[in-house]
Design a protein around this ligand. Structure first.
Ligand SMILES: [Mg+2]
Length: 207
């Protein structure tokens, strides 16, 4: 059930709250864990407003979660994640099944929305350094000849590599960009939260 997937992500975020804030404290203002936990709680509350029928509708669930995240999460992460989730909601309907093609469209829509909203690209040391490589695993060129489980697992590796990559580069967006080269050596907290979210969804889908 879709609600179980959302709850799995919420629990993962809440359990990593302090870790995410510690990462953010090194190159930012230390609020990423608290902001993400707030968003996670607001997503659960938003789902409580939906009927059982609506809870089985992926588009309605994503829309409700996206709106809750936009409205309730502080810092830059809320509007960015929210915009991504709301755009992903637009590319699915009641006939969508979570196959490689649908996930490619959803991640593609989310990445585009986050790029537009944050004016960031790959290499800026942001969540996009994880989300773009995840999306690339699902494209027809890269997923040809693979089944869904193989692509899901490859994308976890790509997400982990993305987090490692953010350690090697200087921040170009957000508060961390004020540090310039002194931000090198630290992973981007948004990249880490994107890895946590994706890895949790992946485990859920595989199970
Ligand atoms: Mg922060």
């Amino acid at each position: 059930m879709i609600r179980d997937a959302v709850e799995a992500v919420v629990n993962a975020i809440i359990s990593e709250k302090d870790y995410l804030s510690q990462l953010d404290a090194k190159i930012g203002d230390g609020d990423h864990g608290a902001n993400m936990a707030q968003g996670a709680k607001s997503a659960v509350e938003a789902l409580e407003e939906l009927s059982d029928e609506e809870l089985n509708d992926l588009q309605k669930v994503l829309h409700a979660v996206g709106e809750a995240v936009v409205m309730n999460v502080g810092g830059s992460a809320g509007p960015l994640y929210g915009a991504g989730i709301l755009e992903a909601a637009k590319v699915v309907d009641e006939n969508s099944s979570l196959d490689i093609a649908t996930l490619e469209k959803m991640f593609g829509a989310a990445v585009s929305a986050i790029q537009r909203r944050g004016h960031a690209q790959k290499g800026d040391k942001t969540m996009l350094d994880v989300l773009i490589p995840i999306h690339e695993c699902f494209t027809p060129e890269n997923s040809a000849g693979k089944n869904l489980e193989e692509v899901l697992v490859l994308a976890v590796d790509a997400a982990k590599d993305g987090v490692e990559y953010t350690k090697t580069i200087a921040a170009k967006r957000g508060r961390a960009s004020y540090l310039g080269d002194r931000s090198i050596g630290f992973e981007d907290p948004g990249a880490v939260s994107s890895l946590i979210i994706y890895r949790t969804l992946c485990n859920y889908w595989k199970g």
